[in-house]
Design a protein around this ligand. Structure first.
Ligand code: FAD
Length: 436
């Protein structure tokens, strides 16, 4: 017996979560099936809409000015600017007070751990006091045991890049941490629970010990930036305690993987999924599908998927739905794969446009525009993947996020924005269709 739902979303990253949440706005039963960790835990937690044009122009002040000029086939061109706005508004409702940036359509410039600034549309409130458009002088604090963030170097880079404030960096030891392989979650845990740590003056809470260490280095700066390790479950509380003790604003600088802001975003989305009544099947892959019997399909719109099969540790469980959303990620998430001779989508074998000669998949210049970065499915405006003849592969399958092609998320800084917007559109359409 198949497990029955109205909408089945495959993939639990930002695109799949957005699709499931959007579908759940309708009066339909929604299930999300996901396998391994998504890129949410590695990404910065920022929601970048677009920071640079495909020609490399930028940083863009207003992403919405750039959207109408994107080439045909770009995911934003497929869904249209209005859908991007709606998706951001949808995200704002879910994120509530935890994210900032909704007051303007312009990009904010968020300092990164490398000392560059990143144009982004929505950012965690923990980063808000650090925006590069803010002229206040800044002290950046790094930790001896966390070499990924070299605060003095990052401060120099920010100044060299023309930041409108003076930046200074110091490296201190983090009270209570001696091992340089401590996970970022260990730092966060210490602060979340204000664990007692040993200092030169005896035992004290980790928050107080950190504030005391940093206070000695504070000169006239009115804000202090830390790597993004300031708590997990109680991040607001930790930041407020440090601000209180230091008497200045405190902000987090987004870090590389694994990323606490990314984990917090994942928690936010998964809590919202639970609240929305989305059924979750985690840790198992969808491995196969069956199409509907002949006669039950409108051939002009492609075959109809009848059910997919989930591999629950060797037990094959059919899941049937009216509508499906494929959000299995790109080359990183393995939603798109490449072998010597071909690039393919492994689950439904949807068509992935690419040159037949593999030497045309990349260019020698490592900083050049790499064709493989744009590999992925080519959808119609309904986000249904198209076959080589531009016909929908399946009438009831839509795709969202990094599994789509036609954009280079790393170069454009558009990864999360595309996942959010296409997830929102695919989920809304799937939900509406299933409700009929
Ligand atoms: C290191 C890194 C940093 C980044 N930083 C930023 C940033 O600063 N700003 C930004 O905007 N974007 C950033 N991005 C890009 C952005 O994170 C991604 O573009 C976006 O999150 C992709 O989301 P997704 O849901 O499409 O795919 P993914 O996050 O890859 O999720 C796909 C999910 O599908 C699951 N799945 C795959 N196959 C199956 C199957 N057969 N059955 C069930 N489940 C399956 C996977 O296990 C995974 O959980 C970054 C990406 C990376 C890798």
């Amino acid at each position: 017996m198949a497990i029955e739902d109205d909408v089945l979303v495959i993939g639990g990253g930002l695109a799949g979560a957005s699709a499931a949440l959007a579908a759940a706005e309708r009066d339909v039963r929604v299930r999300l099936v996901t396998y391994k960790q998504s890129t949410l835990r590695h990404a910065s937690g920022l929601i970048d809409v677009i920071g640079y044009t495909p020609d490399g122009e930028g940083p863009l002040v207003d992403p919405f000015e750039a959207l109408p000029d994107l080439p045909e086939g770009h995911p934003y061109e497929r869904v249209g600017s209005e859908a991007v706005r709606e998706a951001l508004a949808f995200f704002d409702e879910i994120a509530g007070e935890t994210y900032a940036g909704s007051h303007t359509e312009a990009n904010a410039l968020v300092p990164t751990h490398g000392g560059t600034v990143k144009p982004t549309a929505r950012y965690p409130v923990s980063t808000a006091a650090g925006l590069a458009s803010d002229a206040r002088d800044t002290l950046l604090v790094g930790f001896e045991t966390l070499p990924d963030f070299e605060a003095p170097l990052a401060a120099d880079h920010l100044e060299a890049a023309g930041a409108p404030f003076s930046a200074r960096g110091v490296t201190v030891s983090f009270p209570g941490i001696v091992r340089d392989d401590a996970k970022v979650t260990r730092y966060a845990h210490l602060l979340d629970h204000d664990e007692s740590v040993a200092t030169g003056d005896g035992e004290t809470g980790a928050r107080n010990a950190l504030a005391t260490t940093v206070y000695e280095h504070l000169e006239d700066e009115s804000r202090v930036g830390f790597p993004a390790i300031l708590g997990d479950d109680h991040a607001d509380e930790v930041r407020a305690a440090l601000e209180d003790a230091l008497g200045v604003d405190v902000f987090e600088v987004p870090m590389g993987p694994p990323s606490l802001p990314g984990m917090r975003l994942e928690d936010l989305l998964y809590n919202a999924l639970e609240e929305a009544g989305v059924r979750m099947t985690s840790g198992v892959p969808v491995v196969e599908y069956e199409t509907a019997a002949e006669g039950e399909t409108d051939s002009s719109d492609g075959d109809r998927i009848d059910h997919v099969v989930v591999d629950r540790n060797g037990t094959m469980v059919p899941h049937r739905a009216d509508q499906y959303v494929l959000a299995t990620g790109g080359l990183v998430g393995k939603g798109v794969r490449s072998e010597r001779e071909r690039v393919f989508e492994p689950l439904f074998d949807c068509y992935v446009p690419h040159a037949s000669d593999r030497y045309d998949w990349f260019v020698d210049d490592v900083f050049g525009e790499q064709p493989y970065a744009r590999f992925g499915l080519a959808p119609d405006r309904e986000l249904r993947p198209l076959d080589a003849d531009d016909e929908p592969e399946f009438s009831n399958l839509r795709a969202a996020g990094a599994v789509l092609g036609g954009y280079d998320f790393a170069a454009e800084k558009s990864g999360a924005g595309v996942s959010l917007a296409t997830g929102y559109v695919a989920g809304t359409r799937a939900g509406t269709e299933a409700e009929r």
